[in-house]
Design a protein around this ligand. Structure first.
Ligand SMILES: C[C@H](CCC(=O)NCCS(=O)(=O)O)[C@H]1CC[C@H]2[C@@H]3[C@H](O)C[C@@H]4C[C@H](O)CC[C@]4(C)[C@H]3C[C@H](O)[C@]12C
Length: 324
């Protein structure tokens, strides 16, 4: 399971949890403006917006899981297993392979509006990266400070939904996730009033009872509701540090601990990393399962006019700040 979310204070932030039972070998990867992207069906683009994000780099190619470009447009890919069906190559449209979807959008679009235009001409195809790295079944969140979109390619075609929540998890399809929120419209951060019956003397005996019924399990449908409630009721200061700190608390509401989600005998899905990218500062902040301290990579400290990738391996292992 995975969860992606946006957060708006004075700045714009976007990030995700990546939950899985193993790592593909992830690195924070900066792609500078002159790195040549060779698209499988669309030729090459050698001058474009720079981007930073989490990627598995295979043969010098950044296979991004989530990233943000220098204009503050972000994208994240999350599992959509059993529902993702990619399109056939169609010579009348822009054919983009699933593994190059993030660079395709982020290298050309400065805004969500521009992304919408590019999406209207796009065909998302299942061309695999390599026999060792076959096509992943994903759906995507695309966002900037003006809003969010969900992109889902299914047996009945490409769906592009406005996403008023700014949150994405996994199955079921996004329209069902959004509809499911109707079931929780009574939840509130305020203490509840007794509307059950005037004949009974019912009372709030604990703080937090306004959100009784918020699902607590790790299923993607429950995480969608939980992170939506947490995000939409979040309050924080406007500074970068206050916003980033709050963002990690929002995604902390769907953190996955080893042992609670068994995916095979003795194998457990865990939150391998949690990320938050800041549109204003170009910093990609992250924690890993083994390292709760925030680490960061600032894209503007790299030569963004270069043509080679810069890669930072994840810092793992707890960094404990001893005070005595
Ligand atoms: C496994 C990751 C998604 C995690 C997730 O959503 N878990 C939920 C589990 S469940 O459904 O709810 O069961 C996805 C997100 C991005 C994916 C990677 C990116 O798409 C980039 C390439 C794409 C290649 O086709 C396959 C390797 C790969 C390197 C992908 C491996 C894997 O599928 C990743 C890492």
């Amino acid at each position: 399971m995975c969860t992606a979310a946006t957060y708006q204070t004075k700045g714009f932030y976007m990030g995700r949890t990546l939950d899985y039972e193993f790592s593909y070998g992830d690195e924070i990867t900066v792609t500078p403006r002159n790195y040549e992207f060779q698209f499988r069906h669309m030729g090459s683009v050698s001058s474009h917006y720079a981007m930073i994000g989490m990627a598995h780099v295979a043969g010098d190619y950044p296979l991004y899981y989530d990233a943000m470009n220098e204009k503050g447009l972000g994208m994240a890919g999350l599992n959509f297993v059993g529902n993702a069906v990619f399109q056939e190559v169609d010579d009348t449209r822009n054919n983009v392979a699933q593994f190059e979807f993030i660079p395709w959008i982020l290298c050309q679009c400065a805004t969500l509006e521009e992304a919408k235009k590019l999406l209207s001409r796009m065909n998302l195809v299942g061309t695999p990266f390599s026999p060792q790295l076959p096509t992943a079944q994903l759906h995507w969140l695309i966002a900037d400070k003006t809003g969010s979109l969900t992109v889902e390619c299914m047996a009945d075609g490409l769906h592009i939904y406005d996403n008023p929540v700014g949150v994405l998890t996994n199955n079921p399809p996004f329209d069902k996730q959004l509809f499911h929120l109707n079931d929780f419209m009574h939840l509130s951060p305020k203490q509840p009033e007794n509307t059950f019956s005037q004949d009974l003397n019912l009372q709030s005996y604990s703080r937090g009872m306004g959100a009784l019924g918020l699902p607590g399990d790790l299923s993607s449908a429950s995480r969608f509701v939980r992170v939506a409630f947490t995000k939409l009721n979040s309050r924080s200061g406007n500074s970068e540090n206050e916003s980033v700190s709050q963002f990690f608390h929002i995604l902390g509401s769907v953190d996955q601990q080893r042992g609670c989600c068994e995916v095979a005998n003795g194998k457990y899905e865990i939150t391998l990393y949690t990320s938050c990218c800041s549109a204003d500062t170009g910093i990609y902040y992250y924690t890993t399962y083994e390292n709760h301290q925030l680490s960061g990579v600032n894209m503007y400290r790299e030569n963004l006019d270069g043509d080679t990738l810069t890669r930072y391996p994840l810092i793992n292992g707890e960094q404990i700040h001893m005070q005595n």
